[in-house]
Design a protein around this ligand. Structure first.
Ligand code: UDX
Ligand code: UDX
Length: 475
């Protein structure tokens, strides 16, 4: 049978669903795209007249929304209506790591996927292509398929016997901060499935802006597994280079030089070789935990312990940074003020999920520091959530042990501080005015640069003591 796609519905208006649907709407002006979410506040924010306050910050996103929103792109809480009218439905809901029950701490919680599948079974009409976008443990498409098949074969949900579902896996490889360019110009588009017509229908959608040779197809399970493995490999590279950053510090080598030298080997490649405070983001840890869980399930203990080490190094890197700061500041940071520059898990996003800043800030607070936190895009309420157990102090004029304040700018954050700690690589942190800042701080004034972005000569000339990751003590 031939499919005609006139209306798309996406369940989940998050970091993946929102930008992905915005780009589809932009590139396919003849298709109506409806993004639905169970969270009314999120939908309200997506519909906000103030394009600077969208729930997701991504460079280029607001420009697309200005063109498409309320033209062929709509954000709504009317899940029933939009599922029932859609020819194609994307599932882009969150799949957090389970906190209790079987697989707790490792397996993904599929309750939202199941809820979405049930909604689709109930409200969809006619023949519908269901596209799995969420990152999932292998064989989740089977779960969706089985729910849809079971429910649609029951009289309760399919009275006229008119419903038929075609399940595809179409993992999203976008990285936050570059989502719009990743979506507009993807390295590849992967479509997994077993129905040729459904696959070619989704392929046709992408052909509106992606070259055919970049669109690859596979069976459902290979597609799901590929997404998990891509993330595991990327995370592994970060842990590998982070492990070497410690060796460089101990042996007086320079991590930037090492990264450059190995990255120029075309077999290794230059990407994902930047040492840092550890990887964050919603996917890497969750996906590796999933991989570990799957391997354990299949009795592949050596494989699972191999991947566990990627997470071990990631945690170790964060803890080691906390220890180094404490050691450099004469062995105690209790009552000392530390300016935190960057709280998002990387630059150009307002997302803090699994941000290394959370663990590092908590560690510093546990040691009794007073933190002044500045991030160009992260909302203070998000930081309050992330540091929940530690008191937030408003308009503080003095230091309060084991508590934190929010700063409006770099200058504001460093006022009377003993150190500044750079945790994310926001553009404005590259061009710090060291001469001005050092006069606002207490001496000896320290810079701890976990992203290797500062101008070392300038910083030292201005009188700073500097520790840079992978370079050791550069006083
Ligand atoms: C999510 C997953 O975390 C990731 O693994 C996957 O690759 C893509 O989808 P993200 O978009 O970043 O990523 O998640 P999030 O920003 O939390 O958005 C999910 C949205 O789904 C939320 O707005 C939530 O309210 C919504 N949701 C959840 C529904 O609309 N219905 C549900 O039943 C559950
Ligand atoms: C990742 C994948 O890149 C993307 O394909 C997938 O769809 C979702 O997960 P994301 O988490 O948004 O994307 O960002 P990414 O750029 O991959 O960075 C992840 C973490 O690794 C960040 O904390 C980043 O700072 C860190 N990182 C990345 C490094 O420390 N060094 C590097 O060289 C690269």
């Amino acid at each position: 049978m031939k499919f005609l796609i006139e209306k798309i519905c996406c369940i989940g208006a998050g970091y993946v669903g929102g930008p992905t649907m915005a780009v589809i709407a932009h590139k396919c002006p003849d298709i109506e795209v409806n993004v639905v979410d169970i969270n009314p506040l999120r939908i309200q924010e997506w519909n906000s007249p103030d394009f600077d306050n969208l729930p997701v910050f991504e460079p280029g996103l607001s420009d697309i929304l200005k063109k498409c929103r309320n033209r062929n792109l709509f954000f709504s809480i009317d899940i029933e209506k939009h599922i029932s009218e859609a020819d194609m439905i994307f599932i882009s809901v969150n799949t957090p790591t389970k906190t209790r029950g079987i697989g707790a701490g490792q397996a993904s919680d599929l309750k939202w996927i199941e809820a979405s599948a049930r909604q689709i079974a109930k409200y969809a009409k006619g023949k519908t292509i269901v596209v799995e976008k969420s990152t999932l443990p292998v064989k989740t498409a089977e779960v969706i398929k089985s729910i849809l098949q079971t429910l649609s074969s029951s009289n309760k949900y399919n009275k006229q016997n008119s419903k038929k579902f075609y399940i595809l896996s179409n993992p999203e490889f976008l990285a936050e901060g570059t989502a719009i360019s990743d979506l507009t110009n993807p390295d590849r588009v992967l479509i997994g499935g077993d129905d040729e017509e459904a696959i070619s229908c989704l392929k046709k959608l992408y052909l509106n802006w992606v070259n055919e040779e970049k669109i690859i197809t596979s069976d459902l399970w290979s597609s799901e597994l590929s997404k998990l493995i891509a993330n595991a490999f990327l995370a592994q590279r970060v842990s590998s280079i982070n492990s070497i950053s410690a060796l460089c510090e101990s042996t007086q080598a320079n991590i930037n030089d090492v990264s450059k030298a190995i990255g120029m080997d075309s077999r290794i490649g230059e990407y994902f070789l930047r040492a840092g405070p550890g990887f964050g983001g919603s996917c890497f840890k969750k996906d590796i935990l999933n991989l570990i869980y799957i391997c354990n399930n299949y009795g592949l203990d050596e494989v699972s312990s191999y991947w566990e080490k990627v997470l071990t190094i990631n945690d170790w890197q964060k803890n080691r940074i906390i220890k180094i700061i404490s050691e450099k500041l004469f062995g105690t940071i209790s009552g000392k003020k530390i300016a935190i520059l960057g709280f998002a898990f990387k630059a150009n996003t307002n997302d803090t999920r699994e941000s290394p800043a959370i663990q590092i800030c908590k560690g510093l607070l546990d040691e009794g520091s007073f933190l002044s936190i500045y991030d160009p895009k992260v909302h203070i309420n998000q930081i309050k959530n992330d540091l929940a157990t530690f008191p937030y102090i408003e308009n503080s004029s003095s230091n309060h042990s084991a508590s934190w304040e929010s700063a409006e700018s770099i200058e504001d954050a460093v006022q009377n501080s003993d150190a500044m700690l750079i945790l994310s690589d926001w553009e404005e942190f590259y061009n710090i005015n060291y001469k001005i800042l050092i006069n606002k701080m207490r001496g000896p004034s320290w810079i701890f640069d976990t992203r290797n972005i500062i101008n070392l000569d300038e910083a030292k000339k201005s009188g700073f003591n500097v520790w840079a990751l992978g370079k050791g003590n550069l006083i």
